[in-house]
Write a protein that binds this ligand. Structure first.
Ligand SMILES: NC(=O)c1ccc[n+]([C@@H]2O[C@H](COP(=O)([O-])OP(=O)(O)OC[C@H]3O[C@@H](n4cnc5c(N)ncnc54)[C@H](OP(=O)(O)O)[C@@H]3O)[C@@H](O)[C@H]2O)c1
Length: 253
């Protein structure tokens, strides 16, 4: 039976680096790349060294489209060694400023699609398989001005941690990846001027490094991957300092 990885959000950013690093570091037969932009996926696929890429053009805000991946799995009965849910997006702005449509779409992609894909892929995972769910450091505490996005990522973090306990007896690892700001296309979509807020720009890191650490952490069967000293500090602070105090005194925008 062929061994495969499934990577959503494979057309850019963290997802594209997962595809590249899986290709170099593991002996997989195929990497199934899932995203809407086929041309971008083709470019990334053409540069893979060892692994065959299978492109699945799919809009994850549409639950019917999600079945494209699970139907293909049903047909081919491949063994999924890695499921990496990296597709996601955020929109900066207060709840009342952003449109209902874009906030519902964040819930559709960041929560519903991730949950549905995980559920549908689960039967094809086995001993030693890894699930990596891309959450965010935004999951650590509520974020005014990035409200619904941060709430979707809090869901991803809690869902992943509980799932890692549920799947322990099957020897399947589940890692929640919680990066701070990363240099990708993310902020082009998130903010109206295409740039991160000034205080976030100071903590920007490279996608390649975040992904390398996440793959190592998954191999070490960790539940959570947090890259950089400042994000680790944020995680600890958000556990020690009451959220009410942080929300009252921190200048968010
Ligand atoms: N960059 C950061 O600062 C940062 C920080 C913390 C967490 N994250 C999280 O990291 C993950 C990856 O983001 P990134 O930074 O790599 O940003 P990115 O470069 O914008 O990548 C986002 C990916 O998600 C895919 N996607 C978005 N909506 C989709 C939809 N409706 N259907 C299918 N695919 C969809 C995009 O593909 P198509 O557009 O081709 O469909 C793209 O491949 C996201 O979950 C994000 O929330 C990012």
């Amino acid at each position: 039976m062929k061994k495969i990885a499934i990577v959503t959000g494979a057309s850019s950013g963290l997802g594209s680096h997962f595809v590249r690093q899986l290709d170099l570091k593991y002996n997989l037969d195929e990497i199934w790349m899932v995203a809407r932009r086929e041309n971008k996926m083709k470019k990334i696929a053409s540069k893979l060294k060892k692994t065959k890429a299978i492109l699945i053009k799919c809009d994850l805000s549409n639950l019917d489209d999600i079945n494209k991946t699970s139907n293909k799995l049903k047909k081919e009965k491949a063994k999924v060694m890695f499921l990496i849910n990296s597709a996601g997006f955020g929109k900066i702005g207060s709840f009342h400023e952003l449109s209902l449509e874009e906030q519902m779409a964040m819930i559709d992609v960041n929560i519903k699609a991730l949950t549905a894909i995980t559920y549908k892929v689960l039967p094809y995972l086995s001993k030693g398989s890894k699930i990596i769910q891309v959450a965010s450091s935004a999951a650590f505490l509520p974020q005014p001005g990035f409200n619904v996005y941060a709430a979707t990522k809090a869901y991803v973090l809690h869902f992943s941690k509980a799932l890692s306990v549920e799947l322990k007896s099957r020897n399947i690892g589940v890692l929640a990846l919680c990066p701070g700001p990363v240099k990708t296309e993310f902020f082009e979509i998130a903010s109206s001027d295409g740039k991160p807020l000034d205080w976030k720009a100071k903590f920007m890191v490279n996608a390649k490094d975040v992904v390398a650490k996440a793959l190592n952490d998954a191999q070490s069967n960790k539940m959570e991957s947090v890259y950089s000293f400042y994000m680790k500090l944020l995680k600890i602070s958000s556990k020690i300092i009451p959220h009410e105090l942080i929300l009252k005194y921190f200048k968010w925008n």
